[in-house]
Design a protein around this ligand. Structure first.
Ligand SMILES: *[C@@H]1O[C@H](CO)[C@@H](O)[C@H](O)[C@H]1NC(C)=O
Ligand SMILES: *[C@@H]1O[C@H](CO)[C@@H](O)[C@H](O)[C@H]1NC(C)=O
Ligand SMILES: CC(=O)N[C@H]1CO[C@H](CO)[C@@H](O)[C@@H]1O
Length: 373
């Protein structure tokens, strides 16, 4: 631990200098430890000789010395610095193939506790935890209504719970009421029955980009085409939010991996692989899809949806706002083992391979009749 001492050293020096003339000394000691600012401290120290490195190396060295990888506030600030928003899923139960689903071990020892249920000891600890995380975020002004990046927060994972269980964490800052339903899976356009209320949006909170692996599994993959198709199709079905699970899986260190022989390499087949490198063609395919969908943002968000079924598998979906001459049309061939031909006019027949979805943005000339393609 050569590095942490540098921090302590620097910190102590400045304290001693800055507060050297204060009437009550900031740093004292008793038989147990040094006492800093009135409290005993557990300190881990090591040495850094500053002339043995160059000044531009110092920030990096000190940062590495200081950091753990459990600093949620810092993580969110880094996201913010990159100009992104955050939907924060605070748990405490996250599943995620993490040991105990993220619960700390000591929670098991709480008398009469029953996890993830309407149980007083459980709710007591859940509330304490949720309030602590929310307070941390508030203090750092990280919620959107404070000017920060957190636009939405989700608690627990695939929960089976009562309102009482959720009630302890209702947060007025969040736009959606507790127990709003969202979709997890691979084909949410076809499996999600829609939000549990007429005024709620269709959100896909987990779109599985691959499958986590356990030792002994054969490699599991999810093709770039399959996931792109599913995402585009979700947007033809009123979807307006899609979250990739995972976008970057990373590695399990130490004993963080859950007990069922999950490998240390977590979702390596995600758009960013275990090392954070782009995994092609998945990465590029999805990036291009997002660009195309963003081009259609206006008709998608302000247009009226119409679905025209050509047959069981082939359909045309349009979102149109005639007053502004904007329209986007999707042509979907959903999972058909055969090619399908679509006759558009004498001059044009389109052949669609299986599982293909094409869409085009149409600015309709005001004088002519609407053309889906
Ligand atoms: C000591 O405590 C006071 C009061 O909480 C705080 O303002 C100050 O920043 C602390 N100093 C150090 C060095 O932690
Ligand atoms: C999309 O939303 C509209 C308006 O709420 C609704 O009428 C329609 O059935 C929805 N379409 C699908 C495919 O869910
Ligand atoms: C909700 C949903 O789409 N679930 C799907 C998740 O993925 C599994 C495995 O591919 C499917 O069997 C589910 O239907």
């Amino acid at each position: 631990m050569a590095t942490t001492g540098g921090i302590l050293l620097v910190a102590l020096l400045s304290l001693l200098v800055a507060d050297g003339y204060a009437t009550t000394p900031v740093v004292t000691y008793d038989s147990r430890s040094l006492i800093i600012n009135g409290s005993r401290e557990l300190l881990f120290s090591g040495s850094i000789h500053y002339p043995r490195s160059t000044p531009d190396m110092w920030p990096g060295i000190i940062k590495k010395a200081k950091e753990g990888n459990r600093d949620l506030v810092r993580f969110i600030k880094v996201i913010w610095e990159q100009g992104l928003w955050v939907t924060l899923r605070i748990g405490p139960y996250i599943e995620a193939e993490w040991n105990m689903g993220g619960f700390p071990y000591w929670l098991r020892e709480v008398p009469d506790i029953i996890f993830r249920s309407d149980n007083e000891p459980f709710k007591y600890h859940m509330k304490k935890y949720a309030e602590k995380v929310i307070d941390m975020m508030k203090k750092e002004q990280l919620f959107a209504d404070q000017g920060g990046p957190i636009v939405m927060m989700q608690q627990t994972w695939l929960l089976v719970c009562t309102t009482a269980y959720l009630g302890s964490c209702a947060n007025k800052r969040m736009p959606l009421p507790p127990s709003s339903s969202t979709c997890n899976g691979r084909q949410c356009a076809d499996t999600f029955p829609g939000p549990n209320g007429p005024d709620k949006p269709s959100l896909w909170t987990e779109n599985w980009t691959a499958q986590y692996r356990v030792f002994g599994d054969t490699p599991s993959q999810r093709a770039a085409e399959d996931i792109s198709f599913a995402v585009a199709r979700f947007f033809t079905r009123n979807g307006t939010l899609n979250n990739y699970y995972m976008y970057y899986g990373g590695s399990n260190f130490g004993r963080t991996s859950s007990s069922s022989f999950v490998t240390t390499r977590y979702y390596d087949e995600a758009p960013l692989d275990e090392y954070g490198l782009k995994r092609e063609p998945k990465f590029g395919h999805l990036r291009d899809l997002h660009r195309a969908l963003k081009l259609s943002k206006k008709p998608l968000l302000w247009g009226t949806q119409k679905v025209h079924k050509i047959n069981h598998e082939l359909e045309i979906t349009t979102y149109e706002k005639p007053s502004e001459n904007i329209c986007v049309a999707f042509l979907t061939n959903n999972n058909t083992p055969e090619k399908l031909e679509l006759f558009i006019s004498e001059a044009r027949t389109i052949t669609y391979p299986p599982s293909l979805l094409a869409f085009s943005l149409i600015a309709r000339p005001s004088s002519t009749t609407p053309q889906p393609l």
